[in-house]
Design a protein around this ligand. Structure first.
Ligand code: GRF
Length: 197
């Protein structure tokens, strides 16, 4: 399966996906491109170091519709079948969601529907919950919303700070995103893994 990954920053989830594809842990797949809406995203270098093509589609100077149309064309031009958002900090337009029906997934650092939006780990920490975690879900037109694929719980420890909690959630995210992608690839007709079913 041809995968496109969208980032805006650090790119640690993107790296987890790229490495799982390269090692064969996620079989029959290729990361065709990493797209960033920010030219200075640290993840771009990490993608290039791993031999993955990168494209910057700067959001500045473009309307949301123009920006999304350009990204769709970069993805479709490379035959991308599944789009993974990995710290991509812009809400997708309805036309973007419709261009890849049920083929866009996202990772979010909370147990959705709790704590959508920015700084979800801090939101959970400040709310005083004892358990939070991370979610991989299909993307619809709403922020951090859409059918849940997988979730992983992370317990909040008595000695946690918002920072230590976020670090533990991030470790969980990397494994969870790989697991979710593995399942999607296994269930996709073209993957060849489910021929006998
Ligand atoms: C992650 O916490 C992810 O869940 C959220 O944004 C952060 C991106 O981190 N959507 P990274 O760029 O993958 O390191």
């Amino acid at each position: 399966m041809k995968i496109g990954i969208l980032i805006s920053g650090r790119g640690s989830n993107m790296v987890a996906l790229v490495e799982a594809v390269k090692s064969g842990e996620i079989p029959s797949s290729e990361v065709a491109v990493v797209v960033s809406d920010k030219a200075d995203a640290a993840g771009l270098t990490k993608a290039r170091e791993r031999g993955v093509e990168t494209v910057v589609v700067d959001r500045r100077g473009r309307t949301r519709a123009e920006h999304d149309a350009e990204i769709i064309s970069e993805l479709k031009g490379r035959g991308v079948e599944l789009v993974c958002l990995a710290g991509y900090m812009r809400l997708l337009s309805p036309s973007f969601v419709q261009a890849f029906p049920n083929r866009i997934i996202n990772i979010h650092p909370s147990l959705l529907p709790a704590f959508p939006g920015l700084d979800a780990q801090r939101q959970a920490f400040e709310a005083g919950v004892k358990v939070t975690g991370c979610t991989v879900h299909f993307v619809d037109e709403l922020l951090d919303h859409g059918p849940v694929i997988l979730q992983r719980e992370v317990a909040v420890r008595d000695d946690d700070t918002a920072k230590t909690l976020a670090e533990r959630i991030l470790e969980g995210e990397h494994g969870l995103y790989v697991d979710a992608l593995k399942r999607i690839v296994a269930l996709s007709p073209a993957s060849g893994q489910n021929r006998e079913r």
